[in-house]
Each structure stands twice: as C-alpha cells, then as structure tokens.
Design a protein around this ligand. Sequence first.
Ligand code: GUN
Length: 285
Amino acid sequence: MTAEVIYGSELAKKLRADMKEEASLLRNKGIIPGLAVVLIGDDPASKSYVKGKQKASDYVGVDSELIELPDTTTQEELLVLIDELNNKETVHGILVQLPLPDHIDEQIVIEAISPEKDVDGFHPISIGRMMTGKDTFFPCTPYGIIQMMKSKNISLEGKHAVIIGRSNIVGKPVGQLLLAENATVTYCHSRTKNMEKYIESADILIVAVGKAHFINGDHIKDGAIVIDVGVNRIEDGSLTGDVDFDSAKEKASYITPVPKGVGPMTITMLMHNTIKSAKKKNGLA
Ligand code: GUN
C-alpha cells in the first residue's frame, strides 16, 4: 500500500481563509481578536515558531503583540508581565513560548496565565476540562492532529491509537482527544518494553519523540494512519520528522509529511483558540 499524504499546510490554508472571514466579521462589530506572544531568550527554533505565529496572525486578522525579553529575565518579572496581560482588555490570548530558561519554573508560569486567556490549553484547568469533556481551549498540536484526520473523514471510533511520547504539550493531550473520539489509546515512552508489539497493533500511530527517523516502516501495520509530530534538523540543515517517511509511506494508508504536516496546523489552531477567546469574552461563543 502507498499512503495518501495529509498536507497540514493545505488544510491550514483553507482553515485560515475561513478564520480571516470570521475575524473580519468580528472586527466589523468592533471586536478585535488580540494575542500576546512572549518570547524569552534567542533560541533559533523558538524565534522561528514565533515568526510563524506573527505571520498567521497578520493574515487572519488577529492583533498580535510580540514581547521579546532577554534570557536574564527573572521569574518574578515574567509573572508581573503575565499579570498585566491577564488584565489587559485588548488581549484575548496569552502564549509564553516554551521552553523557558532553566531558572524559570515553567509550571508556575503556565498556572499564572488566566484560564480565560489560555489559548495554548496548558493550564491545569484547561487540561482538566478537556479530560472531563467540557468546553475549553484544546492544546494546539493535538487539536490540529485531530482536525487533519477528520479532514480525510477518517473514523477514529474503535481504532487502536498508539502514541509514542508522553509530553504535556503533545503526547498526553492527543491521547485524551482520541479517547474522546472513542479510540482505544496506548501510550508508549522511553521506558516501554517491546515497543514494536504496540506499533504492530496500531491503527493510528502518533510519533512525538523529537528523534529523527525514530520509527521506520518495519513494524507499521498495513493501512495504518501515521502522524509525525517531530521536527528535527539534520546534518545537511534540512528538517525531518520522527518517522522515516519513505519506508512508512509504503505501509500506511495515510501519512503526514515533515515539513508541511502537523506544524502549520499547530499555528492554525492557535488562531482558532484566539478567535474563540475573543468571541467568548463578548458572549458570542
Ligand atoms: N513550544 C513548542 N510547542 C509549543 C506550543 O505549542 N506552545 C508554546 N507556548 N510553546 C511551545
């Protein structure tokens, strides 16, 4: 079998065009969706992600404010800034780009963001609401992954979804969203024994470990859906995923590429969450 490629870049383009219209209608009502992005330090990958967020905001019609701070910023200074943004009327979404420098406790920062403005969906209240099936902001990468599969009318019910990686940003929440779609979910991680056994039984395989070509086609079940969340820079300077695309493509029914796969959808769902927050604040959602 040769897989159909799911281009997140194409779906993102379509969704962003719809969002642009929605934001325009809101703007006509005097509601201007506003996003504050906080970037600490000068990590090149973080800078590049933040740039993508600014570009998407400009296109969609979200007013995006970028606050760049040096990596000497103290936790206290960051918490004061978050408090200001929590209280700022024009800001509907707050995103603090992760990872943060070692001297700042990420969890304290995440918990300082008002859940009403938690467009990343990382606050424990947002996570708890997601896990209990309540309306909230879903974390952007997991939400984007679900949208990619839905765009191909892939039924998730009863499927065995195997997730490799258990980060708070991707692995754990994508499992919860799949469970809510009635998939049967298995989490694999660095201590999992006989991982091949789980990969072989996966109808849906989601790989989010951050290691170039961690998975190849060898153990992938015929017809599986393979979602590659990894973005790894290799020696020649190019970007590649956690999955060896060429060998996995011969086994899978659907596969996502890197680049042009999950990445563009993450930013798109951030736009969705920011617009949703602006609507909620104005009693429209
Ligand atoms: N770093 C990598 N992915 C993300 C994300 O989705 N949100 C934030 N805030 N930081 C990240």
